[in-house]
Design a protein around this ligand. Structure first.
Ligand code: C5P
Length: 279
């Protein structure tokens, strides 16, 4: 069985506060994009994960492995699975690639092992694996609250172009949240204009309303990200923002051809540039 695990970008990310469990209360607008990992699942005796990417181990720490192991444990399933991951989503990028893989494994194994779990049950298991996994199961355009695991669909934003610019370095999400807490406090970002623009299908309003409270922390760690943002703006992107805890910066464009033109106009040494569409 083949399943695709799509990356996400954040059109909005507001940090509302710190929680007793060490996580942060957030309010996010998530958008799935067409850049995806391809996972091949085959019935096997045990769980085994292989990845076509030397920087990512396939062992028991891999989120795809952990998803399969969790599902085996809670359902008493005796069969195993061999998972092969063709990794296309950059690692430690703010694109939830690991979470997307975990979500794809939960969905795929629900079928392959014939488990009959509901989407709600899969989402609950997903939340135990990572805050972004429940969104990975839902996809499309969605609001994610709590620590990210409380997901509700929003009006779709399909077929818009996205230019993804990932610098050579990655960032650690806990480190970005820690620095966010040390910076002078600011009121959380306002998501209402973004939500209204989505509701009304107001493209210009949407591009003007993109907001990510974690930009300040990640840009403090990596000031060169400001230049990437500016380059995307100058190349003609309609809206530009960092995704998640970064470091990927994306440019939103009216459609895929426009995104290709913007990508072709960039001259950013050392960065990986991908063009995708919103799903
Ligand atoms: O849930 P996940 O394992 O993806 O989170 C990774 C880390 O990111 C957490 O351990 C925490 O430090 C930070 N985080 C947070 N608040 C969130 C989501 C993640 O502080 N809402």
């Amino acid at each position: 069985m083949q399943v695709t695990a799509f990356a996400k970008i954040n059109l909005g990310l507001a940090v509302l506060g710190c929680r007793a469990d060490g996580y942060h209360e957030v309010d996010m607008v998530m958008q799935a994009v067409s850049l995806g990992d391809v996972l091949t699942l085959e019935l096997a005796e045990t769980i085994c994960v292989e990845v076509n990417c030397p920087e990512l181990a396939g062992g028991p720490d891999n989120l795809a492995y952990r998803a399969a192991a969790l599902l085996q444990k809670v359902t008493g399933q005796r069969r195993g699975v061999r998972i092969y991951i063709e990794k296309n989503i950059p690692l430690a990028a703010g694109l939830a690639g690991g979470s997307a893989d975990a979500a794809a494994v939960l969905r795929g194994l629900n079928q392959l092992w014939d488990l009959g779990l509901s989407l709600g049950e899969l989402m609950e298991l997903g939340a135990a694996l990572g805050s972004d996994v429940p969104f990975g199961l839902v996809g499309g355009t969605a609001r994610a609250r709590g620590r990210g695991e409380v997901v509700e669909p929003l009006p779709a934003l399909v077929g818009r172009g996205v230019v993804l610019v990932k610098p050579a370095f990655g960032v650690s999400t806990p480190r970005v949240y820690r620095l966010h807490d040390q910076l002078p406090p600011r009121p959380p970002g306002e998501l209402a204009p973004l939500l209204a623009a989505l509701e009304q299908g107001d493209w210009a309003g949407l591009c003007a309303a993109l907001v990510n409270d974690l930009e300040r922390a990640t840009f403090t760690l990596h000031p060169e990200l400001a230049a990437i943002k500016q380059a995307l703006q100058e190349a003609g992107a309609s809206g530009v923002l960092m995704s998640g805890s970064g470091p990927t910066v994306f440019g939103l464009c009216a459609d895929e051809p426009a995104a290709r033109r913007v990508a072709a106009g960039l001259d950013l040494a050392g960065c990986r540039v991908d063009v995708a569409v919103t799903l």
